[in-house]
Design a protein around this ligand. Structure first.
Ligand code: ATP
Length: 443
């Protein structure tokens, strides 16, 4: 069984319509990607699982969809204008730009090989800026948000006033964020435009450490719920060199990507830093009057911050397998958890003639209210199974001559390739039951 590599994921993604390079016909744009027909379903399914987990299973979390463009003072208050930067050097000879923590600035330029060509390190802010309105001077300068969290902090008071929530409670949000990343290798792992799934948990000072432990456990368990192998997940605690100056504690959930262990999600104890900053910069009171203790305080915040698009890369990498079969052949299969699979059920007529294709089409149409479906008539049945394996479709239903007689079909399971004969009117309940009990067999 060959190991999964990033090249294989990139190639499958393009071939089967998961992810394309943005503006490819013009030579592409570095760090920007388009999610194709299957990719957008995979991404939306992960997003929906997260949203359900946070706002439905946890009853004390409400949703928000804040604007990407915000008042520029937000980013002064948050510290992004002053601090959200990487130290960079430029090569004076070939004009390449590098993060100083990623190269040896004493060595020759890794692109052109010339020596002593680097400029002095300069801080390069990662926020994209643009202008609002007709003027394009300093007064109209605004930013594309580099994280979704600040929209949550600035709406804290409005949510409290309008939603009957009481501390402790959370606000969840999924949305785009933008960073002018210099190093955009590793496919969608680090892109300039990406999506985040963030939840800020507002709690009373003194209860923050307990909530921090609670959310750590909840977030780790989520990845098992969407079928990610536990062996490929681990915690990484921020050391004193990584910890933001205001943060009390921070852990990353790391995933074993094809290029190694890397951050997937951060769980941070941000103290009352953000609300305090916004209170100071806006001049508007951000305190909360606790109806039980009658105390007024600035809530502490435990943040869970995950990359949605980075989750997509994890899901593809985790699911990918080139499996050596008993007959000596190899099949490429994506072992997605059914809840995130782009297509749940493929309906395949064994042959086109004698009314079998029509019966299969009718069956496929009838399943659409329940599942995402796909109908495929072309090619040998074995090849059609393989095509579905390669995009991670957990169930294939084959309609044959017997189906016309007794309304039974063959249900084939993707992972085990086991085939069972069931009645057409049992399909929905059998699949729902199988989904509930789905467990990836770790090899
Ligand atoms: P890094 O140190 O890798 O630049 P970070 O620690 O700055 O990341 P956070 O600001 O904590 O990342 O962002 C929270 C989450 O958002 C990350 O765990 C990651 O999943 C996602 N994320 C951050 N930057 C990017 C990016 N450029 N592309 C895709 N996802 C990203």
């Amino acid at each position: 069984m060959a190991d999964v590599t990033l090249e294989k994921i990139v190639s499958l993604s393009k071939r089967r319509g998961f992810i394309f390079q943005s503006s490819e016909i013009y030579g592409g744009l570095n760090g920007a990607y388009d999610y194709g027909p299957l990719g957008v379903r995979l991404k939306n399914n992960i997003r929906d699982m997260w949203w359900k987990e946070m706002t439905q299973i946890h009853e004390d979390i409400v949703g928000l969809d804040a604007s990407i463009l915000m008042h520029p003072r937000v980013w002064e208050a948050s510290g992004h204008v002053a601090n959200f930067s990487d130290p960079m050097v430029d090569c004076k000879s070939c004009k390449s730009r590098f993060r100083t923590d990623q190269i040896d600035i004493e060595a020759p330029c890794p692109v052109c090989g010339n020596k002593n060509t680097f400029t002095e390190p300069r801080n390069f802010n990662l926020m994209f800026s643009t202008h609002i309105g007709a003027a394009s001077d300093a007064s109209s300068l605004i930013y594309l948000r580099p994280e979704t969290a600040q929209g949550i902090y600035t709406e804290f008071k409005n949510v409290v006033a309008s939603s009957r929530v009481k501390v402790p409670f959370g606000i969840a949000q999924v949305g785009k964020a933008f960073r002018n990343e210099i190093t955009t290798k590793h496919f969608i792992f680090r892109s300039v435009e990406f999506e985040q799934m963030e939840m800020q948990w507002f709690c009373a000072p003194g209860t923050d450490e307990e909530w921090f432990d609670y959310w750590k456990a909840q977030r780790f368990a989520f990845y098992e719920k969407i079928g990610i192998r536990k062996s490929h997940l681990r915690w990484h605690q921020h050391g004193s060199d990584e910890l933001a100056f205001y943060a009390k504690d921070a852990y990353d959930i790391q995933y074993l990507f094809p290029m190694g262990w890397q951050e997937l999600e951060g769980v941070h104890n941000r103290t009352d830093y953000d609300l305090k900053q916004h209170q100071e910069f806006s001049g508007k009171d951000q305190t909360y009057l606790d109806p039980v203790s009658n105390e007024r305080y600035l809530p502490y915040v435990v943040e869970t911050s995950a990359g949605l698009t980075r989750n997509v890369l994890m899901a593809l990498s985790d699911a990918y397998e080139e499996e050596l079969l008993d007959d000596g052949e190899t099949r490429t299969v994506l072992h997605f958890h059914p809840n995130i699979a782009p297509i749940m059920v493929a309906v395949l007529p064994l042959v086109k003639k004698d009314g079998i294709a029509e019966a299969a089409k009718e069956l496929e149409t009838s399943l659409r209210e329940e599942f995402t479906t796909f109908f495929d008539v072309s090619g040998a049945i074995g090849r059609r199974y393989r095509r579905m394996d390669e995009i991670g479709t957990p169930y294939c239903i084959t309609v044959d001559y017997q189906s016309l007689e007794d309304k039974s079909v063959t249900l084939r399971y993707r992972d085990s390739m086991e085939q069972v004969r069931i009645k057409m009117d049992e399909i929905v309940s059998v699949i729902k039951e199988a989904n509930k009990n789905y467990k990836r067999v770790e090899k």
